[in-house]
Ligand binder design. Structure first.
Ligand code: F0G
Length: 459
């Protein structure tokens, strides 16, 4: 096959040894974990693809920043550093530190949703949806229909369906909608990018009806890289210029810095409106900590300030997205379907297509995740009916639009050989796909069950 080769723009200075168990040992471990990958000890995992969040490798410059972090309660040096970098990158005048993405949601969303009934997004991430609901509103998803067909090529499968958005605004009443949210990249649809054109149209529709426009910026740098590749207007722009175009006119943003700022912990809120920012600061002091540290250690703030710059480096992004493209190309060669074209932080394998004999209520994507662990010690997770859970009214298992097994790739952590292990494991599984059985749940909590439920294989 043609090797897609975007070499690492770094070399490795420090390594972390990995334990390599035998297949028999892995079979025992996953059974003891109740066939739930979240219950595995990380020491028993060879390649951990559970998430790309907070799992990246920091640079020597970031580690140097850790030593320099100023731990003062108020006005620490690292606070000014993160303010300077975030304002320069995003172009919004007010920035608040928080300890992670969901903390940003907890602080900001109730301010935007006060007295409102709805939030509409291209797609809400789980925690965003939870905070919309905790604020007493309902979360409505409005992704373009192209996202539903995993095998069909479309440049921007993460886009908002802008026409549908406007219909929703008419149906629900603009006065009832607190915020329109754009999640970039669109994680739940497969790490799929959103075009700047679509961001502008969505923002303009929101503003036409006097509704605030917010960006969930967890993977804004990866999104900008896709924009550069696929949106002709930006083919000669720098990543920094694309980021500025993305955030132009946005009223606010939330950001989990654990992704594109390549730190293990951290988050940001950005605001354009001083009145909103005043409320954000007050809520931050109650929930997170004083405004100049926002629930973070000074050392972590300094690493975040530096990571913000590293995350928008084009050579880094070329290598980063190149890893996804390499893995995707190997799956193409083997005829294994995934959300295509591949997204920015993960390969979302279409388990419905790989294991067509397992119905949604026997959790094909979870079955594939378990099989990957048994096969090669790889930990992936289900983004499908197993994660979706039961209808809260009827208690019946819901059927998800997708049955994805998500292979989320941590930043700067795994090599191309690791990617080959992943591809080879999937190919071996495909060869014996018919023998793989579904699962039943034997124990489950009422909400967010996928984290702690216990399962058993079906005969
Ligand atoms: N928004 C998006 C789009 C996310 O993907 C996440 C986290 C959050 C918000 C919440 O941020 O974890 O820092 O509180 N996504 C992780 C994942 C957990 O695995 O996709 P957080």
């Amino acid at each position: 096959m043609k090797r897609i080769y975007f070499p690492e723009p770094f070399r490795i200075k420090s390594i972390e040894p990995l334990k390599m168990l035998t297949r028999e040992e892995r079979e025992q471990k996953i059974a003891a974990a109740g066939y739930n990958v979240f219950s595995l000890a990380s020491q028993d995992v060879y390649i951990d693809l559970l998430t790309d969040s907070g799992t990246g490798a920091m640079s020597s410059d970031q580690w140097a920043g850790v030593m320099l972090g100023d731990e003062s309660y108020a006005g620490a040096d690292c606070y000014y550093h993160v303010q300077e970098n975030a304002k320069e990158i995003f172009g919004l005048p007010y920035v608040q530190l928080v300890h992670q993405g969901r903390a940003a949601e907890k602080v900001l969303l109730p301010v935007l949703l006060q007295g409102k009934k709805y939030a509409i997004a291209n797609m809400h991430f789980d925690t965003t949806r939870a905070h919309v609901e905790l604020a007493g509103a309902r979360a409505i998803d409005c992704t373009v229909p192209e996202a539903l067909d995993t095998t069909k090529y479309y440049d921007f499968k993460g886009n908002m369906d802008v026409e549908r958005l406007e219909e929703y605004i008419h149906e629900l009443g603009a006065e009832n909608i607190g915020v329109v949210i754009m999640t970039i990249t669109n994680n739940s649809a497969g790490g799929q990018p959103v075009s700047v054109e679509n961001i502008r149209k969505t923002r303009d529709v929101a503003h036409k009806y006097g509704i605030k426009f917010m960006i969930d910026a967890a993977r804004y740098a990866e999104n900008s890289y896709f924009v550069k590749q696929r949106e002709p207007e930006f083919k000669n722009s720098t990543i920094q210029e694309i980021v500025r175009a993305t955030f132009e006119g946005a009223d606010c943003f939330t950001m989990s810095a654990k992704k594109d700022a390549i730190v293990n912990m951290g988050g940001l809120i950005g605001c354009r409106d001083k009145a909103v920012f005043e409320l954000v600061k007050q809520r931050c002091i109650s929930f997170e900590g004083f405004i100049t540290y926002g629930g973070m250690s000074g050392r972590d703030i300094e690493a975040l300030a530096r990571g913000l710059k590293e995350g928008i480096d084009e050579n880094y992004l070329r290598y980063r997205i190149g890893q996804m493209e390499y893995l995707a190309a190997r799956l193409d060669e083997a005829g294994i379907a995934y959300q295509s074209p591949v997204g920015g932080h993960a390969v979302f394998v279409d388990a419905k297509k790989l294991l067509p004999h397992i119905p949604y209520y026997q959790f094909p994507a979870q079955a594939l995740a378990i099989e990957l662990y048994k096969e090669a010690g790889i930990r992936a997770c289900d983004i499908g009916s197993y994660m979706l859970g039961n209808d809260p009214d009827t208690g019946k298992q819901l059927e998800a639009d997708f049955e994805f097994t998500r292979l989320a790739i941590p930043r700067r952590v795994y090599t191309q050989s690791h990617l080959d292990v992943i591809a080879d494991a999937l190919i071996n599984i495909k060869e014996r796909a018919q023998e793989i059985k579904g699962y039943k749940i034997v124990e489950e909590p009422p909400i967010l069950r996928h984290f702690t439920a216990k399962l058993a294989p079906l005969e």
